[in-house]
Design a protein around this ligand. Sequence first.
Ligand code: SF4
Ligand code: SF4
Length: 298
Amino acid sequence: PQPTSCLSNAAEDDISRHPCYSEEAHRFFARMHIPVAPACNIQCNYCNRKFDCVNESRPGVVSEVLTPEQAERKVKGVAAQLMQLSVVGIAGPGDPLANADKTFDTFARVRKHVPDVMLCLSTNGLTLYRHIDRIVELGINHVTITINAIDPDVGKEIYPWVFDEGVRYEGREAAALLISRQLQGVEALAKQGILVKVNSIMIPGVNDQHLVEVSKKVKELGATLHNVTPLIIAPGSQYEKDGRKAPRPRELNQLQEQLSEGGTKLMRHCRQCRADAVGLLGQDRNQDFQLETMEADP
Ligand code: SF4
Ligand code: SF4
């Protein structure tokens, strides 16, 4: 059963046009990720920074990084050709807010030149609290935060270090800082009426039992949707060395059922897209929209 909605009409409208927030919308509306954010400010044990951020994307591919100026040209080109485009998001290939200048410059350009698309941001949440005003000012309607734990003792098995304002934190202290910032971010955004989706990666033996608590907490703080995806282990990552395994589809389904029974609104159609994905979910047309080809053949 889905919980009764207490969202405004505008927020409901934003949901109904976002292919990730609405299962119905994903058949009709397209999204575009623009890869302008290469750096990251934390380390996740499932990630290898030679690939796209695993929090919102799948590893095994590296998205070519664009400058904000190139991103603007690409979005204009795609918007002119892809009528179903409703959302432009920044999800990597690192953490968008660890590249805040490039990320917000790009969003400002898109807002100015392609005003009818919704803007979407995905982040690990570490520095979110510093950017709330900017997010509101630019009219970024959707923010995804990847939260894999709310208990630092679980978190320390996922994040070996976090780097913030020139200081490197490790172990439990790193996890505690990241978690406190993430929860602060969910609450602050929800208070501003921004739609918050929380992504969690199900890591058997680490957080699989704990995600029920995560779900409960983020719902209390105002998250609209929870998206639990199976662990994908990047080649060369710590988890690969540790021999960790992805959950079986049955285990993921069981957890999703459990969360749903607890009243959480779940996303179940996530395709774990690349940081440069373009098109309807599950039909990536990135190859059709390469900047050089679009500009050579207007
Ligand atoms: Fe990798 Fe993303 Fe984690 Fe950064 S936040 S370490 S890019 S998975
Ligand atoms: Fe949507 Fe999931 Fe793709 Fe993100 S990774 S754009 S949430 S389907």
